[in-house]
Design a protein around this ligand. Structure first.
Ligand SMILES: Cc1cc2nc3c(=O)[nH]c(=O)nc-3n(C[C@H](O)[C@H](O)[C@H](O)COP(=O)(O)O)c2cc1C
Length: 362
């Protein structure tokens, strides 16, 4: 199956630092994901043989199609890294031209490269030369800020360099997550380049997928936060919206714990990692809200709170405060019963995650 066929109609799991950890990708694959992406992997750190970086490029058992996202500025080094990840089993190599975080942009990586289309072309070219067979893709933002929306230049530069597909996150670097994704702009890219375009931004419910595709003409959509909030989005993409019960949600979270324990191990060190990741994920899982009683849909940019909750368990799962997250983490990791009557009173401190994606990541 070539890339175009692979992407056609797919919901691609977005590359996400921390969020795209191996057991979470396994969970998503079990729930129907067919194209998954690694966390951002820095080419230089692979060159330095850092173990932590090599862990990021490991394919999960049974992973149906695994793309590795690389970040770097040096074309030769990116070519070398592309060949390496191909030899380690990646099905696709993507380049990060969108990371907004100062730590990386100051070094010229991520969104900083988006301002220099010529360098986009050179990096993609070097990677295409270096790989034997896997497709190379470029993930871009709309531009640095509203005054510099150079997405068409970025996309064309990637295609000139030989990119097999372009992934477009429909926001600028400066916008972070403050605005809704601009699917019209994504559509302009889809109309302008001859390769498949994957549109990205604000996909949370299954009707968003069909609407986004109809509006933009994209081959596929990519979902990030939506998949962290509700990994069953992949199942909904196939079977339609589910008014999922809190027990079903809990079963999915428990499955993640099983996969995480298998991955990081059952010893004290492993369980510490499992706890860390479960607490992190709970910070997104608590943001889930179903379709509203008036039949409108919650949006990605709004917080619904727990007012919708129809049972004590649903209201517990909507809690993002630190006390609730710590308590649920302990219960889930220990594979204990979750009885909402035993949960602690809400703490004033918000859980670490509730507004995290508004600031640092992505
Ligand atoms: C926790 C988190 C980590 C992210 N890490 C990466 C990353 O490593 N590489 C990348 O290209 N984008 C990263 N992103 C951005 C997503 O891939 C995606 O472009 C963005 O979240 C918009 O999609 P959404 O509206 O579906 O969330 C991250 C986003 C989140 C929330």
């Amino acid at each position: 199956m070539d890339l175009r066929q692979r992407l056609d109609g797919a919901v691609v799991m977005a590359p996400m630092t921390r969020g795209g950890n191996l057991p979470y990708r396994r969970l998503c694959a079990e729930l129907g994901a067919r194209v998954l992406m690694s966390e951002m992997t820095v080419a230089r750190r692979l060159k330095q043989k850092r173990r932590g970086e090599f862990a990021l490029i490991r394919r999960a058992p049974g992973e149906p199609y695994f793309g590795v996202q690389l970040a770097g500025t040096d074309a030769e080094e990116m070519g070398w890294a592309a060949a390496l990840v191909e030899s380690r089993g990646a099905d696709l190599v993507d380049v990060n031209f969108g990371c907004p975080i100062d730590h990386f942009t100051r070094k010229g990586m991520g969104a900083a490269l988006g301002r220099q289309p010529k360098r986009i072309r050179r990096i993609v070219e070097a990677m295409k030369r270096a790989v034997a067979a896997v497709p190379v893709t470029a993930k871009i933002r709309l531009g640095w800020n509203d005054a510099d929306r150079n997405y068409l230049d970025q996309a064309r530069a990637a295609v000139d360099g030989g990119a097999d597909a372009v992934i477009v996150h429909g926001r600028t670097r400066d916008a972070r997550y403050r605005q809704s994704a601009d699917w019209e702009a994504i559509g302009e890219v889809a109309a302008a380049v001859p390769v498949p375009v994957v549109g990205n931004g604000d996909i949370l419910f299954p009707h968003h997928i069909s609407e986004a595709r109809a509006r933009s003409g994209c081959a596929a959509v990519m979902a990030g936060r939506g998949v962290l909030i509700k990994p069953w989005l992949f199942r909904e993409a196939i079977g339609g919206y589910e008014d999922i019960t809190p027990d079903d949600r809990l079963a999915i979270y428990r499955r993640y714990v099983d996969l995480a324990r298998e991955h990081w191990g059952e010893d004290e060190h492993g369980l510490t990692r499992v706890r860390e990741f479960v607490a992190w994920h709970l910070g997104f899982w608590c943001r889930y809200a179903p379709r509203r009683a008036d039949l409108t849909w919650p949006g990605m940019q709004t917080r619904e709170g727990a007012a919708f909750a129809r049972s004590p368990l649903e209201s517990l799962l909507a809690r993002g405060d630190e006390a609730a997250i710590a308590w649920l983490t302990d219960r889930l990791v220990a594979r204990d019963d979750v009885d909402p009557a035993e949960a602690p009173a809400p703490s004033a401190a918000p859980g670490s995650a509730s507004d995290r994606d508004e600031s640092a990541e992505g």
